[in-house]
Design a protein around this ligand. Structure first.
Ligand SMILES: [Zn+2]
Length: 317
């Protein structure tokens, strides 16, 4: 682990894509979203499964064999008076999935059920359940914040099983928005990693740098700009690794490895409080002593750091 060649060990993170990014096994079947007759039949289909989303939370339960699952029910058992009904897709076995957006989660559906958000359970759920949950939470966030037409100001109405909002006044159609953000693990010529602590983070929490893509900017340009702005480090080569939906409220995290062409750090003090270069040995020791906390397991940051570090990081939730 004391590699100084500049290439370093590469943990094959392609075999371990970030949580929330793996195929869910559910076909979103977007071709049915505008077909009211199909949607009505799908809703009353005996195989249909429904869960409730409210304020970014769903009900989950822990199974006796140690897994965590979404609490789902057939549609005839679903609580009534939802705010919106989202059609999320169909799986290989013909199960149709819907989410109901409600003002609150149903109480005492099941003794073992507990409310949970994506940060808490996103990495514990199966790929199917994580995919369904992140889809529903992203739609809910968008619905809550885009109730009015951005063109004329009129209140919009939901269409396409939750995937479009239409304006009855001017006819505009509004689609769910996704805000691209870049997140990057920067290494220097000694293959040390640049990790920073944001101003509102607790002592010891160091992670990759990240920032939103600006209008008219490529992803690569955003990586270079953000690293320069936050840490004063210049970056040359930039390569894409993988992405992760991050609906807090509507981001898509696009993960990169980037190579620094300068080493001197000057933090901006606005976003970053502190940034440091870590060799693998320094990073390992800092985690051992507790000086540095490993990143949260659900985050794509953890996967980028592992890619550099060369092995899985200790678990932290
Ligand atoms: Zn309008």
């Amino acid at each position: 682990m004391s590699d100084t060649s500049g290439t370093g060990p590469t943990f094959d993170t392609t075999a371990f894509p970030p949580p929330l990014a793996r195929p869910s096994g559910v076909d979103r079947a977007a071709e049915h979203r505008l077909d009211e007759a199909w949607l009505a039949a799908a809703w009353s289909h005996p195989k249909t499964q429904v869960f409730v989303v409210s304020g970014g939370q769903v009900l989950v339960e822990d199974t006796p064999d140690g897994r965590t699952e979404l609490v789902m029910m057939p549609s005839f058992e679903a609580p009534e008076s939802e705010v919106h009904r989202y059609f999320l897709g169909v799986d290989d076995e013909g199960v149709r999935y819907f989410a109901l957006q409600k003002d609150s989660l149903p109480g005492r559906l099941d003794e073992a059920a507990r409310p949970a958000g994506l940060r808490e359970v996103g990495a514990l759920l199966s790929d199917r359940d994580a995919g369904l949950m992140v889809h529903a939470v992203a739609l809910e966030n968008w619905q809550r914040m885009h109730r009015f037409c951005s063109r004329c100001g009129e209140r919009t109405v939901v269409a396409a099983a939750g995937h479009i909002r239409r304006c009855p006044a001017c006819g505009a159609e509004h689609y769910p928005r996704t805000d691209p953000a870049v997140i990057m693990l920067v290494t220097d010529e000694e293959d040390r990693a640049l990790l920073g602590r944001q101003v509102h983070w607790p002592e010891g929490r160091f992670s990759t740098l990240a920032g939103f893509v600006e209008p008219g900017e490529s992803l690569e340009q955003a990586v270079v700009r953000e690293v320069a702005e936050e840490a004063g480090v210049t970056v040359g080569e930039v390569s894409y690794v993988s992405s992760q939906p991050w609906p807090f409220p509507s981001s898509l995290m696009l993960g990169f490895m980037a190579r620094a062409t300068s080493a001197e750090i000057t933090v901006d003090g606005e976003e970053l409080h502190e940034a440091r270069w870590f060799s693998r040995e320094e990073y390992r020791k800092a985690m051992e002593t507790g000086e540095v906390l490993p990143p949260y397991g659900i985050s794509i940051a953890a996967r980028l750091i592992e890619r550099w570090y060369g092995m899985p990081l200790p678990a932290r939730r």
